[in-house]
Design a protein around this ligand. Structure first.
Ligand code: NAI
Ligand code: MG
Length: 322
């Protein structure tokens, strides 16, 4: 039996995960769902956000379906998601973006770069070490090339004119792309940020370092119209975590208006990862049919609640579409 660890988390996390679970039910996905209470709410209640035994449970499951977790700006609090990504070595963050005009995937390195965790915080000076390794660059480039080989082209996004660490990243990605026979080019990150707004259709698969990927993917979500639309997979050799790219959205939490689409699409990515391509395509088609009908939450200008938007998707699935 498949086993999936389910983390709702904080804020709108549990609200959108409820939607994802309903949609998984409606495509007949069978698995042992293992709920885990981790996050900031638990930290406030118990002083622990994520226990070692939660990580053990995650390891024993095939994968994790994840909502969102609040990270307070408290230096004593370690980001739960960063700990999970590091502990399970989820090095490849795959973020697809779809609309009638856009079809691109950002492949973000997930374990090093400016998120290395190596920091010296003084009163007058603070440093964060940006770590780029050949091995880390090679494996993220390999993941991106594998994706690009089934598509059109790979664009390597970097800042090697200023950051010498990015020369290593760029060269390593180029080597991988050449070896894989993948058509590729490269672009400075500031130019990429500009072009993503003006000419997003120019891009196909983009590979980049941790912080650049974090920022460019929220930018891309803005181009599409809402963070609430976008999903992601965090992949390692042995583990995987699927999550919407948005956070816990405390400004709208508890009001029943969170857009469930990012979480639902994350569940669709999980179905694909399990080899259930037909079911995954059905979910995406149902999402698109509801978006086209305007059955959307207020972030997209609609008047649906989370529950109504989710019901529209489930009904489209049970009707077999459209
Ligand atoms: P956020 O993504 O939670 O929200 C940014 C804006 O987008 C807000 O106005 C919010 O209402 C809106 N939004 C986000 N998701 C939405 C959805 N599904 N439907 C409708 N509107 C949506 O980012 P923010 O406000 O910077 O961070 C809030 C908390 O979430 C922080 O504690 C942050 O650390 C955490 N966070 C967690 C992430 C994760 O668990 N993967 C990722 C990003 C932030
Ligand atoms: Mg982010």
């Amino acid at each position: 039996m498949r086993r999936v660890a389910v983390v709702g988390g904080d804020g709108i996390g549990p609200e959108v995960i409820r939607s994802a679970l309903l949609v998984l039910d409606s495509v007949g996905f069978a698995a042992d769902m293992v709920p885990l209470d981790v996050g900031f709410a638990r930290w406030r209640r118990t002083g622990t956000a994520l226990a070692q035994e939660d990580l053990e449970t995650m390891r024993r499951c095939n994968c994790i379906l994840f909502g969102a977790i609040t990270t307070p700006p408290d230096p004593a609090y370690r980001s739960v998601l960063l700990r999970i990504r590091k502990d399970l070595d989820l090095y490849a963050n795959i973020r697809p973006f779809h609309s009638s005009r856009i079809d691109l995937v950002i492949v973000r390195e997930n374990t090093e770069g400016l998120y290395s965790g190596i920091e010296e915080i003084g009163q007058e000076e603070a440093r964060t070490v940006r770590v780029i390794t050949r091995a880390g660059s090679r494996r993220i480039a390999a993941a991106a090339c594998q994706l690009a080989s089934r598509r059109r082209r790979l664009t390597i996004v970097h800042k090697s004119n200023v950051l010498k660490s990015d020369t290593l990243f760029l060269e390593t990605c180029r080597e991988e792309a050449r070896a894989a026979g993948v058509s590729h080019d490269d672009m400075l990150v500031d130019a990429a940020a500009y072009n993503l707004v003006l000419r997003p259709e120019r891009f196909d698969v983009m590979v980049t370092t941790n912080l650049f990927g974090d920022i460019l993917s929220d930018e891309m979500a803005g181009v599409l119209g809402s963070l609430g639309l976008c999903s992601s997979a965090n992949l390692g050799e042995r583990h995987a975590l699927f999550e919407p790219i948005h956070g816990s959205a405390p400004d709208i939490a508890g009001r029943g208006v969170a857009n469930p689409v990012g979480a639902v699409r994350s569940a669709a990515m999980m179905l694909e990862w399990f080899g259930l391509s037909e079911e995954s395509r059905l979910v995406e088609a149902a999402v698109q049919s509801c978006l086209a009908k305007g059955m959307v939450t207020p972030d997209l200008g609609g008047s649906c609640t989370t529950e109504q938007a989710t019901a529209c998707i489930c009904q489209a699935i049970s009707r077999g579409l459209p």
